[in-house]
Write a protein that binds this ligand. Structure first.
Ligand SMILES: [Zn+2]
Length: 502
């Protein structure tokens, strides 16, 4: 429990708009920032003092799309897997999880995020064959124990990859085909009912761990399921996120199946709104952006997995020009290899530079840092509470060591946070007024024990999931070729680096 009052003295406060880090003191009451004043400002005599000498204080980074369930599969993503091969391999990476494994997944994710300057995450959490109260409680407890703020969105689907891509199953020979058909997710009513019961009795303090909902990929959900998710989001006032037009194959199949783009289809179903965020959002056209903008929806940019899976380069400037809120995310350990928001933020700025020679259109460091804090918070329903160091906001503060080589010398704090910082200078992290990382030491978690437990769990799971990995391997070439052929078909949006024929 944080002390009632805390005063942070001697630090330099990062101001994204002014692009500076000037001396300032921060007074905190409980988990909220009460006021910010000049160095030496008055504070209640019983206030706990935090000395931030030689530290820059920046808002905690906000990771607007991650999957805690992927953490124990670190290092298991194939060398050359597009998204569909990753989805094909998912059961072999995440099967046979016990509740303890689900807890460890969350804990490993939380430790990495905290150590790399992230104080809040939006976790899209998947359980097979349907979400469970105990599984969700295990993940939430991990985040609570680590002390990181989280919005947890159970990830839902009632169709497997093989059902979502209708012609795919016809390309799979027997006996594999029979096995693929036997692999079923729960009917949507069962998942939605289970989830509704959880929302009615949410087991966490919503100030730290909040609920949300995530129909995973539109093509993987029947329309009835999407509508039920829409209604749950409305009834329980939940943020809703989906993977939208992440790959060219999805965009092509969406157009074929719905007779309109994926975004237009979701709009038609009444899914869009200020609570809606579109993860990846790569293969969007102008009309799609107009629909997101008209509905006050957000985009969540995940540049590392977009490139790791070769999905394409999302084009953000046209979205920003339409006033769409944009957040930034790492995506999962088993899609992006690390949960480093500094890396994702830097790449957001860098990628924009190879999309147009018109340098005025490139994303500046102040813009991407705003996205990685304020933009992400807004996308997950935490706007006005998280993402800034300002009175009334949660005391979520990252302390950067100005003696670290990343700031020797230091000419421009914002440029160097975005382009130079890699997480190496993160010295301390405060979340809700509580120091969860204190001069490089985690105060909430025994990292040595975590290493032992996570390593043992990963080894056991690797053995248990061997048959499923072998099954995925048998399907790999069929799924891979099917999706590659699809991705070679024409689509009216271009998001890959070189045209197919180059
Ligand atoms: Zn994802």
């Amino acid at each position: 429990m944080a002390d009632h009052f805390t005063i942070i003295r001697n630090g330099r406060l990062v101001d994204i708009r002014r692009r500076e880090a000037a001396p300032a003191d921060i007074l905190i009451e409980g988990d909220n920032i009460l006021s910010i004043g000049p160095a030496g400002m008055d504070a209640p005599p019983d206030a706990r003092i935090v000395d931030a000498s030689d530290r820059a204080m920046m808002p905690g980074l906000v990771n607007a799309h991650v999957h805690g369930h992927g953490t124990l599969a670190k290092g298991m993503v194939g060398d050359r897997w597009p998204l569909e091969l990753f989805l094909n391999a998912m059961p072999g990476m995440t099967g046979h999880r016990t509740l303890e494994d689900k807890y460890l997944n969350g804990l490993v994710a939380a430790v990495e995020m905290i150590r790399k300057g992230c104080t809040t995450c939006y976790d899209l959490f998947f359980e097979f064959p349907l979400p469970s109260r105990d599984g969700l409680a295990a993940l939430g407890k991990a985040y609570q124990d680590a002390g990181i703020r989280a919005v947890i969105a159970p990830m839902l689907a009632d169709k497997t990859l093989y059902q979502a891509y209708p012609d795919l199953i016809d390309n799979i020979p027997e006996p594999l085909r029979a096995q693929v058909i036997a692999f079923q997710l729960a009917p949507y009513q069962a998942s939605a009912d289970a989830l509704e019961a959880i929302y009615q009795d949410w087991p966490f303090d919503r100030e730290l761990i909040r609920p949300a909902i995530a129909p995973t990929i539109p093509l993987h959900c029947s329309d009835e399921f999407l509508v039920r998710c829409r209604d749950l989001a409305r009834d329980y006032e939940l943020p809703l996120q989906t993977h939208l037009a992440e790959t060219k194959s999805q965009a092509i199949i969406g157009l074929r199946k719905y007779g309109r783009t994926l975004t237009a289809h979701l709009d038609q179903l009444g899914m869009l709104g200020p609570h809606f965020s579109a993860a990846h959002a790569i293969w969007l056209d102008r009309d799609d952006l107009g629909r997101l903008s008209d509905n006050g929806a957000s985009i969540v940019h995940a540049p590392v997995s977009n490139m790791r899976f070769g999905s394409g380069l999302a084009h953000l400037r046209p979205a920003l020009d339409r006033g769409i809120n944009v957040g930034i995310a790492t995506d999962a350990t088993n899609s992006s290899d690390q949960l480093n928001m500094f890396e994702s933020t830097r790449l957001a700025a860098l990628i924009s530079r190879v999309q147009t020679p018109d340098f005025e259109q490139w994303l500046g460091p102040d813009e991407v840092l705003h996205m990685a804090t304020v933009g992400s918070a807004r996308a997950m329903g935490l706007g006005g509470k998280v993402g800034e160091i300002a009175p009334g906001f949660k005391a979520d503060i990252v302390f950067l060591d100005l003696g670290h080589i990343n700031y020797v010398p230091c000419h421009d704090m914002i440029t160097q946070i975005v382009f130079t910082e890699n997480g190496g200078a993160v010295d301390s992290v405060m979340i809700g007024g509580r120091m969860v990382l204190d001069h490089g030491r985690l105060t909430t978690i025994d990292e040595k024990k975590l290493r032992r437990d996570a390593t043992a769990a990963a080894e056991r799971l690797f053995t248990a999931n061997a048959p499923m990995r072998s099954f995925a391997k048998d399907l790999q070439s069929i799924v891979g070729h099917f999706c590659h052929n699809l991705a070679c078909e024409p689509y009216h949006v271009h998001r890959l680096g070189l045209p197919h024929e180059s």
